[in-house]
Design a protein around this ligand. Sequence first.
Ligand code: FES
Length: 105
Amino acid sequence: MTYVRAAALSELEEDTPKRVEIDGTPISLVRTEGEVFAINDICSHANVSLSEGEVEDCSIECWLHGSSFDLRTGKPSGLPATRPVPVYPVKIEGDDVLVSVTQES
Ligand code: FES
């Protein structure tokens, strides 16, 4: 599994998603509840950026139609989205946030 530096931990604000791209994959980085999560930035319902949504209870809400995706699993909590969004393993090394997009978890 290859990890790539995605951002500095110090630049991630609590509950404020940050969109990054790794190897052409758009990713929303979310620092919340003492952890950092990496979820694909595109909603599984339509081509909408999840990083523009709100974070609450370890989920990110799609601003367009309101489906929430669990940041740990990518699963939607309710309609209209029915398919999960890929999530990626994250490692913290010092101030570096490392993400592996080679294997979805
Ligand atoms: S585009 Fe995200 S729920 Fe519809």
